[in-house]
Design a protein around this ligand. Structure first.
Ligand SMILES: [Zn+2]
Ligand SMILES: [Zn+2]
Length: 273
């Protein structure tokens, strides 16, 4: 079984994040990770029909009129397709590059380099195609995944959403959790996600991965590529243990091209095993 990497040339030409420079080394950087079990796939556009199950018509119109959101359809489309192929057994796991982010997009609002909520659209599509499967989401972007949190509640998804950000919060059903990186060791927080996820029993796992947590980035909390490799290994192992390896990594925030290249290629190497 192969690892899928979803990418679209527009992500390097006019990415929302830092207006196009973050992924400037792609797609040529893929030459560095040639592997018999690696498939580079072009992210397709997400359908309007699917978008309207998650966002309001007004939201769609506002995204259309925001020139920085021009990559939003292919960004979300890659995540939707990746999840469908991983859950359907056509890929072992996947990594999704994006031009516009997802986790700050709620039902009727978007901000912070995000346009459509890519992960929520992917879960909605899985529900449409395979029924209400159990999904775990871990968010290691530096910032709180407010849009994702709002939508999984609003749409009544059967989702365990664990977000490592700047506050602590546990919902009554313990399925919506925020863990503050100010109060905890980062890898300990990831391990706690694994313990809780095992209890929950997901059939697929999403990892919303932002490298804005890296030293020198705009959300710097002192992490490095070595930490991302450790997190990737922990999450890959969890996925192998609980859901036949079904793990979809979705790129979130971050702006520095060298860190984008080094960190994403490192995570993909872990996915390849
Ligand atoms: Zn962020
Ligand atoms: Zn959070």
């Amino acid at each position: 079984m192969v690892t899928g990497v979803f990418y679209h040339p527009s992500f390097s030409r006019r990415s929302y994040l830092t207006l196009g420079t973050r992924l400037k080394d792609f797609p040529s950087a893929f030459e560095e990770i040639r592997h018999p079990k690696l498939r580079i796939l072009e992210s397709p556009r997400v359908s309007d029909e699917l978008i309207l199950k998650v966002h309001t018509p007004r939201h769609v119109e506002e995204v259309k009129s925001d020139s920085l959101c021009s990559t939003a359809w292919h960004s979300a489309g890659g995540v939707v397709k990746a999840a469908e192929m991983v859950y359907g057994g056509k890929l072992r796991n996947a990594f999704c590059y994006i031009g516009a982010g997802g986790h700050h997009a709620g039902r009727d609002y978007f901000w912070g380099y995000c346009c459509f909520n890519d992960v929520v659209l992917a879960v909605q599509n899985l529900y449409d195609k395979f029924g209400r499967i159990r999904v775990a989401i871990i968010d290691t972007d530096a910032h709180h995944g407010d849009g994702t949190r709002q939508l999984v509640d609003l749409l009544d998804f059967q989702v365990f959403h664990y977000c490592i950000c700047s506050t602590d919060y546990v919902s009554k059903d313990e399925l919506k959790i925020d863990v503050s990186y100010f109060s905890r060791d980062y890898l300990d927080a990831v391990e706690e996600f694994c313990e809780r996820a095992e209890t929950f029993g997901p059939e697929v796992i999403f990892w919303y991965f932002g490298h804005d947590t890296h030293v020198g980035e705009y959300g710097d909390i002192g992490l490095t590529v070595k930490d991302y490799i450790d997190i990737a290994k922990i999450l890959r192992e969890l996925a192998e243990k609980v859901c036949e390896g079904k793990l979809i990594v979705v790129l979130g925030g971050g702006s520095i091209p060298e860190i984008a290249k080094e960190s994403t290629l490192a995570v993909i190497r872990v996915l390849l095993g």
